[in-house]
Design a protein around this ligand. Structure first.
Ligand SMILES: NC(=O)c1ccc[n+]([C@@H]2O[C@H](COP(=O)([O-])OP(=O)(O)OC[C@H]3O[C@@H](n4cnc5c(N)ncnc54)[C@H](OP(=O)(O)O)[C@@H]3O)[C@@H](O)[C@H]2O)c1
Length: 291
């Protein structure tokens, strides 16, 4: 039995789908407020709970063989990115789980202090590595499904809106490929007790995105590119009214201000370990929103 946290999220949904296509037993950890019909229809066992509650984590982990932790945090990184994962690892040890897959983030080891999420994920990684469990840590770049709404807006208006430095590079990863790799991590010997950077095959500058959209939809882009200082100004204003939200915005600020791309060697290692050919962003978008 696989336990998938964040099973209704962009990545979690894909993992559940792919596992059910392979007819694997899946327990999907979901909140009552979430949309989980599709997961149930696909034959996943639905576990309703809240990852902020240790008692729910204890129940959800009963009799599971594999755990793939891919929940998000909203604006409570301390409780969800950190504490829930520590509790999941502790329960995995207690239950004798065979393999724990943790979705971290590319750049997690660079010591960004403005992001609670990055700090939490790094601490969870260290805890997992020293836990004695079999593990795989995946450090993905940004997910391709995040780009779908931008592509749809471009299709409808021709507008591409992007904050900050347009020369910044990333290796946007097909969320479908990442789901495949997360599952294969529990199956492939070479993935055991390893950390992988996970990205798409192309190193893209932000300014490459409107070019891809232009090819997909055959229209000229109108690019709106406010400087990062605008974000900083708005964030400072928000901080006066809502200090908690200001803190949460630290992760977005970190993502906007830095580069997150995989080296050619990292992609080659990924492709050879998992016997996969990573999909380009253009191909992913063509499948989801192409004309
Ligand atoms: N998105 C990216 O570009 C990116 C890049 C690198 C790493 N990551 C990491 O990859 C993982 C998956 O990201 P994603 O974009 O697929 O996430 P997502 O779409 O934002 O989904 C978050 C999931 O976490 C669940 N969740 C949140 N709070 C919960 C709680 N208290 N109890 C139970 N479930 C809760 C949500 O459930 P509801 O449906 O109930 O809200 C949802 O299923 C995350 O760990 C993220 O940090 C993401």
């Amino acid at each position: 039995m696989y336990l998938i946290t964040g099973a209704t999220g962009s990545l979690g949904r894909r993992i559940v789908r792919q596992l059910r296509e392979k007819e694997q037993p899946v327990r999907a950890f979901v909140r009552l407020s979430s949309h989980f019909n599709e997961l149930e229809d696909r034959g996943a066992e639905i576990f309703i709970g809240d990852l902020k509650l240790e008692k729910d984590i204890i129940k959800a982990c009963r009799d599971v063989k594999y755990i793939i932790s891919c929940h998000g945090a909203g604006n409570d990184a301390q409780a969800l990115d950190y504490r829930a994962n520590i509790d999941l690892i502790d329960r995995a040890i207690a239950e004798g789980v065979e393999h724990f897959v943790f979705i971290s983030v590319l750049g997690v080891d660079r010591g960004y202090q403005d992001s609670v999420t990055f700090k939490a994920k790094r601490e969870v990684e260290k805890y997992l590595v020293s836990s004695g469990l079999n593990y795989t840590i995946l450090r993905p770049s940004g997910f391709a499904n995040n780009i779908i709404p931008l592509a749809e807006r471009f299709r409808d208006t021709g507008i591409y809106f992007s904050l900050g430095e347009q020369q910044n590079r990333s290796s946007i990863v097909s969320t479908d490929d990442l789901a495949k790799i997360a599952i294969a991590s529990t199956e492939i010997e070479g993935a055991k007790n390893q950390i992988f950077a996970v990205g798409g095959p192309d190193i893209l500058k932000r300014e490459d995105l409107p070019r891809i959209f232009a090819r997909l939809f055959n229209r000229e882009p109108i690019t709106i590119n406010p400087p990062l200082e605008l974000f900083d100004g708005l964030r400072a204003g928000i901080g006066l009214i809502n200090p908690q939200l200001n803190k949460s915005l630290g992760t977005l600020r970190t993502l906007l201000a830095h580069e997150f791309f995989c080296t050619r060697d990292e992609i080659a290692r990924l492709e050879s370990t998992f016997e996969i050919k990573m999909e380009s962003l253009e191909s992913f978008l063509r499948r989801y929103v192409g004309q």
